[in-house]
Design a protein around this ligand. Sequence first.
Ligand code: ZN
Ligand code: ZN
Length: 595
Amino acid sequence: MKKTIFPFLICLSLAACSNTGHTKENKTAADMNPQFDKYKVSFIENLWKVYPGWASSQGYHKYDSVLIVPDDASRAREAVFCKANLDSLKTFDLSALSDNNKTDYYMIENQLKSSEWALTEQKSFEWDPSNYNVSGAFAEILNGNYDSLDIRLRNFNLRMANISAYYEAAKKNIKNPTLEHTALAIDQNLGGISVFEKDLHEALNKVHFGEHEKQMLEANAKESVKAIKDYAAWLKNLDNKTPRSFRLGKELYAKKFEFDIQSGYTVDQIYEKALAHKKELHKKMFELADKLWSKYVDNPLTWGQKGPMKKPTDSLQLIKMLIDKISEKHVRPDSFQITIERQIPKLVDFINKKNLIYIDPSKPLVVRKEPDYMAGVAGASISAPGPYDKNGNTYYNVGTLSGWDKEKAESYLREYNYYVLQILSIHEAIPGHYTQLVYSNQSPSLIKSLFGNNAMIEGWAVYSERMMLESGYDDSPEMWLMYYKWNLRSTCNTILDYSVHTKNMSKEEAMNLLINEAFQQKTEAEGKWKRVSVTQVQLCCYFTGYTEIYDFREELKKQMGDKFNLKQFHEKFLSYGSAPVKYIKELMTAEIKKK
Ligand code: ZN
Ligand code: ZN
C-alpha cells in the first residue's frame, strides 16, 4: 500500500535529537520553559506505555515485547491518558513559553484531542478491520539492527503471546465494517503471514538458540499464523448485511481535516481554492499548449505520412496532446540514476547563485542506490533516521529500472520525463524535503519529530517546486506545462478526496476528473480511487500546505514591500520546525511586528 503512493513518499520519520537546552530562548521573569521541558519528557515516556507499538515504529524499543490487546480496557486507559495530559497542559501559561515550546504545546494538545475524538466519534476501530494487523511490527523487529538478533527474536517471541487475544478483541470490536476496509484487511493480514513463516524461519537459522527454544518459537509462530488466518476467514464469512459506506461523511471529514491538517483554512475553503486553482491551471496550460502547437505538432518535420494534424477544438484535448508529445523527452533506462545524481549539485548551485536559501555545505545529501528492501519503487525518495537514531544518515534513494520490461520502463520514463524528473528532485531533495529536514534539526524537538505536521512538510516541498521555477530554474514553456500537470495532481487529489467523502462522487466522475482533467494514466487513476476509498483527508495535505505557505508569502510581500526578502522568508519560515503553517504564520507575524 505504502509503495503505491510513491513518489509522494511521506517523510514522517524526521530526524531530530532530544531537547538540548534552549540557549536562544528568552528568559523571562516567570520562565516556564524548564518546567515544560520536563513535562514533555514525562509525557513521551507515558505515551510509549500507552502506545508501545508506536514507540517501536519510532525506534524506541523498550516495549518491543508488548502487544496491546485492543479491548475496552485498553481504550479506557487511552482515554484516561488523554484527559490527564490535557489537564496537565492547562497548568502552563502559553505566553510564558518559547516559540519552540508554544508550537510543541499546540501539537501535543492536538494529538490528545484527536485521540479522544477517534475513540468517541470517529470509532474506526469498529468499522475499519484493517486497523488490526500485527505483522508490520514483527517484520520491523526482524529487520532492525538496533539490537542483536538474539534479543530481537526473544522480544519477537514474547510479543507473539497476545496475538490470539488481539484478534479475538478485534472480532468483538467490529460492527458493520465497510466492504473496502474489510477486503483490505483480508489482503494485508494474509500478506503478512510470510513474516511468521518464511522470515522468522530464516532468522532462526542465524542464531544459536537451543533446540527447545527454537521449537517453542516455531510453535508460537504456528499459533500466530492460525490466529491471523482465522481472522481473515472470519472477515470473509462475516454476515454484513448493512455495511457502512467507506465515505466518511461531511461532519467527521471536517473534524478529521481539522486534526490531521491543522490548517488556518476550513476544509470548505480549501475545496473552493482547489477548484479555482484547477481552473486557473487549465487556463495557463491552454495558453502554453496553444503556443507550443506549431513547434511540436504543426510542423512538417513531425507530420509523418498522413500530412498535417488537425488542431483539437477542445482545450483539454489540446493540452493532453502536447503533454504526450513533450513526455517523449526522457532519459534512457540505464541513465536514470546518474541523471538524478547529477541534478543535486546543479540545484545547489542555482540556489546559491539566486540567493534563495542558505544550504549548509557541511551537510551534503548522501545519494545512494535504493536498498534492496525498497526495490521496485524506482524514482527517488528521502530516508531520514528516526528521532531516536541520532547518528543515522539521511539518504536520497535513487531507484534503478534494471530488470523492468521495456513497456513498463517506457511508460514510467514518460511519466518521469526530462522535466518532471527535475521537479521530483526539487521536491524530494533540494530545496524540498531534505533542506526542510536540515533546518528542522536545528531546533530539535522530539514532539515535532513525532507529531510533525504533514501538511507543512509536504506543503513546503510542493511550494519549493513553484518557487524554483518562478526564480528562473527553467523558464521554458515545456517545463511550465509539465510543472502545471504535476501541480494539477495535488490540486485534484484534494478535490477528489473531499468530493468522494462528503459529496458522494462516483467512481465514474472520479475517473473523469483524474484522466480527462488531470491528464493521468488509467492505471494511476485506478490506484488513486483505491487509495481514496480506504483513506480520508491524507490526500489533501499537499495542496493545503502549499496554498497556506504560498498565500502567506504573498501576504507578507504586500505588507513589507521593498523590505521583503525571499531568502530571509525561507530561512525564518523553516526555523520553526515541522509545525502547522498556521502557528508558524502567527509567530512570524508577531515577530515582524515587533521589529
Ligand atoms: Zn513529498
Ligand atoms: Zn520513449
